[in-house]
Design a protein around this ligand. Structure first.
Ligand code: SF4
Length: 292
């Protein structure tokens, strides 16, 4: 029998705090049966992690969005063939951490709320390009809603809103530290976390609160770190994405957009003369002319 989250001394004014407590309470009290269900559910996804990208490779909400040139080059060249990033293992580990998070939150969810995981959006936003190089489906990690105001109102303060979209990210120790302390308005979002939330919330319009939940995969005992991503941050990301998509649709090279925005801070993604960055188009990018 699951032990749900106890009533708080002070009601939650932010969903991010509610999700943090849900996760942490569930971590300590999750029944074995719920862990089993979530683990059984991810077996196909773990196996798929090791399958090759479909041809042609596609831009998806969870990848190749942080720089307009990534999508442009992906459409032009496909994925760089000689990279060995161990991506299969990374994706598989991601599924594992997500499944644990789902188990914890499900176990601790009190009555009055609904919790859905791996939610497929009914449709992609109108501004998401409808072309073969763009995947037309996706998965939102977790959507929480108030379904009984009286029951949920024992937890949530007035004004917190009734819907919340949560995106869980497994992060290395260094990225987790950055995630805990960075300003969502002003950080090089090299893995496109804000962009993904922008797509799934249609520029911050679909949910009352957007939460980016960082799981420290190097130190799994550390608490989940839930940050509120203001809807206006998602709106700003949407405008940047739309601008890049317009260039792509018109066949224009948008240039080394991420590097131009962040300079030295972009090196982790773009690489340097001597190091390869995390961007899966960094070699093609250099071949096209780095100084565009
Ligand atoms: S290397 Fe940097 S500038 Fe070039 S496509 Fe990748 S993210 Fe963009």
């Amino acid at each position: 029998m699951a032990k749900v989250l106890p009533l708080p001394e002070t009601k939650y004014g932010l969903w991010a705090r509610f999700v943090t407590d849900l996760y942490e309470h569930g971590k300590r009290n999750v029944p074995r049966s719920i862990v089993q269900e979530e683990m059984d559910a991810i077996v196909p996804s773990i196996v798929e992690s090791y399958e090759r990208e479909p041809e042609p490779p596609q831009v998806r909400p969870s990848g190749n969005l942080s720089c307009a040139r990534q999508a442009y080059l992906l459409e032009k060249y496909g994925t760089e063939q000689d990279r060995d990033d161990g991506l299969g293992a990374t994706f598989a580990a991601g599924h594992f951490f997500h499944a644990l998070a789902f188990a914890y939150c499900r176990a601790a969810l009190p009555p009055g709320f609904s919790l859905e995981t791996e939610v497929e959006p009914e449709k992609m936003p109108d501004w998401w390009p409808d072309r073969p190089s763009f995947r037309q489906t996706g998965h939102q990690d977790m959507v929480l809603r108030i379904v009984d105001e009286e029951l949920a109102g024992r937890y949530m303060a007035e004004g917190a809103g009734s819907t919340c979209l949560v995106d869980f990210k497994g992060m290395g120790r260094w990225s987790y530290g950055k995630h805990c302390n960075s300003d969502p308005w002003d950080q090089p979002d090299g893995f496109g976390y804000m962009d993904q939330l922008a797509v799934y919330s249609d520029g911050g319009t679909l949910y009352d609160e957007l939460v980016l939940a960082g799981i420290n995969r190097d130190q799994i005992w550390k608490p989940v770190k839930c940050r509120v991503i203001p809807n206006d941050v998602a709106r700003k990301a949407m405008f940047r994405l739309r601008k890049g998509f317009e260039a792509l649709v018109e066949g224009r090279d948008p240039g080394t957009e991420f590097f131009m925005r962040w300079g030295k801070q972009a090196e982790f993604i773009c690489g340097t003369e001597t190091t390869q960055g995390a961007c899966n188009q960094s070699q093609n990018c250099r071949a096209e002319g780095w100084a565009v």
